[in-house]
Design a protein around this ligand. Sequence first.
Ligand SMILES: [Zn+2]
Length: 421
Amino acid sequence: MISGGPTRLPPRARAAVAVARLVGGAARRAGRHGSVIGGRVATMLDRRVLARLAAGRTVVLVTGTNGKTTTTSMIARVLGGAGRRVATNHLGANMPDGITTALLDALSNHEGAPVAVMEVDESYLDVVAAATDPAVVVLLNFSRDQLDRVGEVRTVARRVGEVVAAHPRARVVAFADDVLCAGAGLRAADPVWVSSPSLWTGDAGVCPRCDGAVTHAGVRWACSSCGLARPDGDWTLVEQDTAGTVHGPGGSATALDLQLPGHANRLNAAFALAVGIELGVDPAVAAARLRDLEQVGGRYRTVTRPGGTTRLLLAKNPAGWAQVLDLLDEGPPRPVVVAVNSREADGRDVSWLWDVPFERLARHPLVAAGDRAGDLSVRLAYAGIGHRLADDPVAATRDTLGAVDLVGNYTAFHDATRALT
Ligand SMILES: [Zn+2]
């Protein structure tokens, strides 16, 4: 249940907050949106400022490899409403300075926000959990991307498990179908499990408990050495075509009917529903709030232009592309403009393009665009996918009648969003 609200700050923290706000405000006026300088300055002046800002609030922390931003946004939506204010790092700054900045913003915008919902980079969960004493910790998944080899992601999952064990008061909501995620969740005394038997195709792996071999049979997994096995889901997403229903304890069933497309978003919504219900929100009310969500930081937003509409999608890596490919599979095949840049915020290396199964776009008329359109074109040619090249992805969408999807990596997505909205 949600109760109380932020506690009054001691003098040292009040001074730190006042200075941080001045600096953060100046950065913002200088056009540096999304800056975390406020949080950095406040922490320099008072090392315990994050703990002080979080004190008294009901804190929900969301971590995992994929889906943090969307799930955080969904949980904030579910826990907000009815006049209740929620502090959240909606800009996706998910390291301690970013989380501190989000709490500072909450102080200036709505001092009384009793709830804080924060996405946390997996590597900083220990620091943030120690400071914020979370009521709920959400573990979405632990998967590899191109820079993140198997050993590394196992280490991350093990550390997350240690954080879970160190915070016995936190309610842990974790994904049962992901072996590493379940291994971390099992460190909690009484975890809440989310499952999605309809679509998950997990790769076999290594047991998080004994390093034995894990085998999969459909969605079920089990260790052949120690017997550790997939926990039964408390909240299970069942999909039929593009509709999703979340089945819960006691035979409850909640239809999702989301505006956000794709399996990944329905699974994120199942997590948000589970967290909302844990914290006392009525399931029907939670589902209605999720239904209202049209976009997350501009992602999935559809903009109208002369001659048609453009839907804006973000995919930064193979894991993100896997989700986008799932949602492009839904419905009739639309033209797709893919824009790939390799600026500093994107990472210079575009070798990850070779890990994306672009073969799945065979049904779609395709345009390769962005700074690295040439590399993308080579990749598509190897995949045997016909396409044309364009310099400007936004111009390419304007040249196309009807509904178009524009998929960009980080800077390509943000440039297109700025140009179209
Ligand atoms: Zn085992």
